[in-house]
Design a binder for this molecule. Sequence first.
Ligand code: NAP
Ligand code: GDD
Length: 324
Amino acid sequence: MTKNALITGITGQDGAYIARLLLDKGYEVFGLHARRASDTLWRLRELDVLDRVELIEGDLTDLSSMIRAMNKSQATEVYNLGAQSFVATSWEQPILTGYVTGLGALNMMEAIRLTNQKARFYQASTSEMFGKIQESMQSEATPFYPRSPYGVAKLYAHWMTVNYRESFDMHCSSGILFNHESPLRGIEFVTRKVTDAVARIKQGKQKELRLGNIDAKRDWGHAADYVEAMWLMLQQDVPDDYVVATGRTTTVRDMCKIAFSHVGLNYEDFVVIDPKFYRPAEVEVLLGNPAKAKAKLGWEAKISLEEMITTMVNADMKRVAREV
Ligand code: NAP
Ligand code: GDD
């Protein structure tokens, strides 16, 4: 029997990768698509899945469109990946971030409760909820301390996911995912900003790269690996929360070194520190403990930071070369 899945945020990085994963597993895939003036379908095109998914118009802030999406898709699995996901923007648009990233998740769960309470739900929780870290390595047991309106909104959605699981016996799971990147990463996030700049500098189209706090440390994995973990969570008999991470942390500075040296350049010759990119409150370091995901889901990260960053640089070298 075919399984039906509904993905919010299908036009984002993770949405595109999980759409491909589910199609490969034989699912019928539906995705929520907000009408936008600019093209948001490029990732689905790059992975060659656009023609194989059905897009449903809707917005996470509009409960009625969530209900319609549930009815139309007849989904038995729902992946809630839609969000205002850029941390820096969340200080400029804190209320929008609260509506979309926080209440949006609740709208999705309410739509499930009202239409098909048996549908399984995945919530895209985040390591940003650990914020000002309370333990050097963060696990499911580490207390949260979010440091941005985005982190606070995600924490609300996270606890609502736990609440719906416990109140209504719904199959709601939360993946506390650490940073994950890919050639499909949005240009505003630091890894892609760096790999795009490396390609432009190498091809003589840019002179310098302006960054903020390059001493920040992140536990970076690859999105293609991480969407596997999302799917595995919804295949379990019992819903639960899982940290998904690599267990290795690296500074933005060292990530820059990897990217620049891949094309024979020294990052120190091009990176300029610009206070404009500092945040009102910084998450200095994140390092996840993925032991539970390994033990219970049999999941672990396969792609190394070096492999991922060099693949991203190669993809941007091609993109920049194609530009007129
Ligand atoms: P992304 O590339 O920024 O994608 C976000 C998606 O949300 C886009 O499809 C966007 O649609 C959609 N969206 C924005 N506002 C919406 C609204 N009002 N209604 C419906 N959809 C809306 O994010 P990502 O990196 O794929 O991450 C996926 C999810 O995981 C997000 O919830 C993010 O917060 C979370 N997360 C990400 C990471 C990471 O490192 N990537 C780590 C932990 C958690 P448009 O294209 O139309 O704007
Ligand atoms: N974006 C950006 N731009 N970040 C910079 C820059 C810059 O010019 N310079 C330094 N950084 C630092 C940020 O201050 C932060 O410490 C780190 O690089 C990573 O920033 P981002 O790539 O923007 O990601 P993030 O860690 O804030 O958030 C991402 O990961 C979260 C999971 O931990 C997003 O994908 C979130 O949606 C996700 O929840």
